[in-house]
Ligand binder design. Structure first.
Ligand code: GLC
Length: 411
C-alpha cells in the first residue's frame, strides 16, 4: 500500500494573514437526495471548497425517490465501497445504517442545539450516528386564489376538503383540475399516505418495538383514500403518482389541494411555476372527530464507515449541518431548518412565510416505526395501499395483509 502522508492531514496555512483549513488534495464524494435541490447544495459545497483549501466536493445524486436511493445505497454499502464519503440519509434510515455498521460515530458531538426530534433520530444506542441536514413534515398545499374565490377556509377535516373540492371543481368547470393529489405509487411517501388518517384516529403502529396495529383504523384509512379515487376527488390513476409528480402537477396549476413535503415551496415560486403568488400551506386535515396529524420526514448526514477520509468528511458535515447552511437551504431550497430559532428568522420567513407556523407541525409530527427491519415494514405498507388504490385489493383485505405481514416482521 502506498502511503500518502499528507492525505487527510489537516494543515493550517496562513494565507494573506487569514488562517484557512487545508487538506492536501482530498476529494469528498457526497450522496445527495436528487429531489432535494442538488443544484442549491452545490452552492453550499462551493462555499466549503472556497474556505477549505485542498478539498473538492463532488455530488452523487441518487434515484428520484427515497426507497430507490436506499436500494442503491444498500448495494454500495453492502459491498463496503470506499467511493462515498458522506451520505444524505432519510430520517428513517440511521437506525438501520448504525445496526449494519455502515456509518461512523460522531463521538462527543453536542446535539442539544438541534430540534430534539432529530437529535433523537440520530442517536442510536447512545451513539450519535448521523447529523441533521434538514427537517421535514407533510403539509397541505392549497390554491389560495381558488379558495378565496369561493369563500372557503382551508379544510380541517377530509370531509371539509371533499366539500371544498366539489365546490371549486364544479365552479371552475375544468375537467383537468384535480381536487387532491397525494402519493399513491408504491414509494416511501405512500407509507405516510397510509399512516396519516390512521394516526389521525389516535392509533399507533408500533410501541416499544411491539406491533400495536388497529385493524379497523387501517380499514378506515384505506377506505378514505380509495373513496377519493372513486368519488373523483383524486385522479383515477393516483396509484401511479409519486411525490415529485404531485409537485409537478400542482406547479402546473392542475391541482387544488396537494399533500407534499416542504421542498415543493421553492419550485412553486420559481419561473417555471404557474402558481406563483397563488399558494398557501396548512396543516393536513384530520378524519372527522380525530386529530390533525403529520408524518415526520427529514434527512441526515452520515459519514460512511468505509470512507478513507474520516476526518475531512466529518469536518464537511460539521459545516453542512451548521445554522448558516440550514438557513441558506431554507431560504434557497425551502428545506425546513433543524434549528428552532431559524423558523422566525426574517430572511427565512420572507422566502417562505408559512415556515413561521411550521415549527409546531414538525415538533408534533409522528415518526414512522424505528426498526432495523424498516425496509420490510415500508414495503408491506406501500405495496398494499398501492394495490387498494389500483383496485386490485379491497381496504378490508389490504388491512388484513398489512397486519399479517407486519406480525411476521416485527415478531
Ligand atoms: C421526504 C421526507 C422523507 C420521506 C420522503 C418520502 O423526502 O423528508 O422523510 O421518507 O419524503 O417520499
Amino acid at each position: 500500500m502506498i502511503s500518502r502522508p499528507l492525505m487527510g492531514l489537516a494543515l493550517c496555512a496562513s494565507i494573506l494573514g487569514s488562517t484557512v483549513e487545508a487538506y492536501a488534495d482530498t476529494e469528498l464524494k457526497i450522496f445527495v437526495s436528487s429531489q432535494h435541490h442538488p443544484d442549491v447544495w452545490r452552492k453550499v459545497f462551493d462555499q466549503y471548497e472556497s474556505r477549505t483549501a485542498g478539498v473538492k466536493v463532488t455530488i452523487e445524486a441518487g434515484g428520484n425517490t427515497s426507497e430507490a436511493q436506499a436500494q442503491y445505497l444498500n448495494t454500495v454499502m453492502s459491498a463496503k465501497d470506499t467511493n462515498l464519503d458522506v451520505l444524505m440519509l432519510d430520517v428513517i434510515r440511521p437506525a438501520q445504517y448504525a445496526a449494519a455498521g455502515w456509518t461512523s460515530d460522531f463521538s462527543g458531538k453536542d446535539m442539544s442545539k438541534f430540534l430534539p426530534t432529530y437529535s433523537e433520530a440520530n442517536t442510536v444506542g447512545g451513539k450519535v450516528v448521523a447529523i441533521p441536514a434538514f427537517a421535514d413534515a407533510m403539509f397541505l398545499y392549497y390554491r389560495k386564489d381558488l379558495l378565496d374565490k369561493y369563500g372557503i377556509q382551508p379544510p380541517k377535516t377530509w370531509e371539509e376538503l371533499t366539500a371544498a373540492d366539489k365546490k371549486i371543481t364544479q365552479g371552475e368547470g375544468r375537467p383537468d383540475l384535480q381536487g387532491l393529489s397525494f402519493q399513491g405509487k408504491a414509494i416511501e411517501g405512500a407509507v405516510c399516505t397510509f399512516l396519516l388518517p390512521y394516526w389521525s384516529q389516535g392509533k399507533t403502529l408500533v410501541e416499544n418495538g411491539k406491533l400495536t396495529f388497529d385493524h379497523d383504523a387501517a380499514v378506515k384509512s384505506l377506505t378514505l383514500w380509495k373513496s377519493f379515487v372513486d368519488d373523483g376527488v383524486a385522479k383515477k390513476n393516483i396509484s401511479e403518482v409519486a411525490t415529485d409528480d404531485t409537485r409537478k402537477e400542482f406547479q402546473a396549476g392542475n391541482v387544488v389541494f396537494a399533500i407534499n413535503w416542504s421542498y415543493g415551496w421553492s419550485s412553486f415560486q420559481g419561473k417555471d411555476s404557474a402558481v406563483v403568488g397563488k399558494v398557501d400551506v396548512a396543516r393536513l386535515p384530520s378524519v372527522t372527530g380525530g386529530e390533525q396529524a403529520s408524518c415526520l420526514g427529514g434527512w441526515e448526514f452520515g459519514v460512511s464507515a468505509y470512507s478513507t477520509h474520516q476526518d475531512e468528511a466529518k469536518k464537511l458535515v460539521e459545516f453542512l449541518s451548521s445554522p448558516e447552511v440550514s438557513k441558506f437551504m431554507a431560504v434557497n431550497g425551502a428545506l425546513l431548518p433543524t434549528y428552532a430559532d431559524l423558523y422566525k428568522d426574517a430572511d427565512v420567513t420572507k422566502a417562505a412565510p408559512w415556515f413561521a407556523n411550521a415549527l409546531p407541525v414538525v415538533e408534533t409530527a409522528k415518526a414512522r416505526p424505528v426498526t432495523p427491519r424498516y425496509n420490510e415494514v415500508s414495503e408491506t405498507i406501500r405495496t398494499t395501499i398501492n394495490a387498494v388504490l389500483a383496485g386490485v385489493s379491497t381496504p378490508e383485505d389490504g388491512a388484513s395483509q398489512i397486519e399479517a405481514r407486519l406480525k411476521r416482521i416485527l415478531r
